[in-house]
Ligand binder design. Structure first.
Ligand code: MG
Ligand code: MG
Ligand code: MG
Length: 309
């Protein structure tokens, strides 16, 4: 890969927002004349994202595992280094576009740093396209809409903001499709877990969110049937315990999220499962608990866990 390229990527274990926002940012940059921009990815695509790109006939971005020193990069949909590419510390970060918490981020030079507490990175990019007077075509509209649908679970997650709602309405007009119908198909495409091993399943959407010395992981899988996933609980626990051992984790939380009813069943393992009990006022039974109305790692799980850990 040419070093003069500006590599644009989202977080490890990429989701639809990470992949599609990278593609959108590449397109925006090119329209602005920054031709050397290149969207890449840090991991395998999940089934939902695969569905989005296949449906649009868009090529899957190339995968990278690390970056060389001084490599020019743009981060989308993340800013925490432990969720980013290997070598990020010594790269040349030109820009960040994100909608997550800021955790220990520092650079030597001034950079473009655009974060907003929206439901989705693509909602920020929509505003950037508008600001730069770059036309949003049907394909871009579909990419943006897919990100918003994915990150907000069709606007039902508490992370949803008025900007996401307004933007999705505009995008529906440009894309000229029924968002409800498309969105449900897209989300359901991501819930087929059959050909994943338990090791893969707990890694589809897992994020390292350590605090100081304490390392823990919050992973999430979407489903239309929690009981279906729980049939595999025993093997899932084995996989989680392996991960705890391997990485020296204090806690591993797996949220099995029902995308239709917007609830989650939690499986929690590790020496600090007490924070789940304290944080949510529940008692774990068989390493599990049901959390009514909880679907967001960022807004519901992470802050409560962080508070008590
Ligand atoms: Mg993401
Ligand atoms: Mg996102
Ligand atoms: Mg997510």
């Amino acid at each position: 890969m040419l070093k003069q390229n500006i590599l644009i990527f989202g977080h490890k274990n990429p989701d639809t927002d990470s992949i599609c926002s990278s593609i959108l940012k590449e397109r925006l940059n090119k329209k602005k004349g920054i031709q050397e921009s290149k969207a890449v990815r840090l991991g395998e695509l999940n089934k939902e994202t695969r569905y989005v790109l296949e449906n649009l006939g868009i090529e899957i971005p190339e995968m990278i595992e690390k970056v060389e020193e001084a490599q020019k990069v743009i981060l989308v949909d993340h800013n925490e280094f432990n969720q980013s590419v290997q070598g990020i510390e010594k790269s040349n970060i030109l820009e960040v576009i994100d909608h997550h918490r800021i955790d220990d981020f520092r650079t030597e030079k001034p950079i473009y740093f655009t974060t907003k507490p929206y439901g989705c990175t693509a909602t920020i990019l929509y505003e950037e396209f508008k600001k730069c007077e770059v036309e949003i075509g049907k394909e871009e509209a579909m990419l943006m809409a897919s990100c918003i649908i994915s990150d907000t679970l069709l606007l039902k997650s508490p992370t949803t903001t008025e900007y996401d709602i307004k933007t999705l309405k505009e995008l529906e007009k440009i894309a000229n499709i029924n968002i409800e119908e498309y969105g449900l198909k897209m989300l359901k495409a991501g819930t087929d877990l059959n050909d994943f091993s338990e090791e893969q399943l707990i890694n589809i959407d897992s994020k390292n969110v350590g605090k100081g010395e304490i390392k823990y992981i919050i992973a999430q899988v979407n489903t239309v049937s929690i009981p279906d996933v729980l049939k595999r609980q025993e093997n899932i626990e084995k996989a989680i315990n392996n991960e705890i051992q391997k990485q020296g984790l204090s806690l591993f939380v797996l949220a099995i999220t029902d995308i239709l009813n917007c609830n989650s069943e939690i499986i929690a393992l590790g020496s600090r499962v007490d924070v789940i009990e304290k944080g949510f006022g529940v008692k774990l039974e068989n390493n599990r608990t049901f959390l009514e109305g909880v679907v967001s790692r960022k807004k519901q799980l992470l802050p409560q866990i962080d508070k008590y850990i």
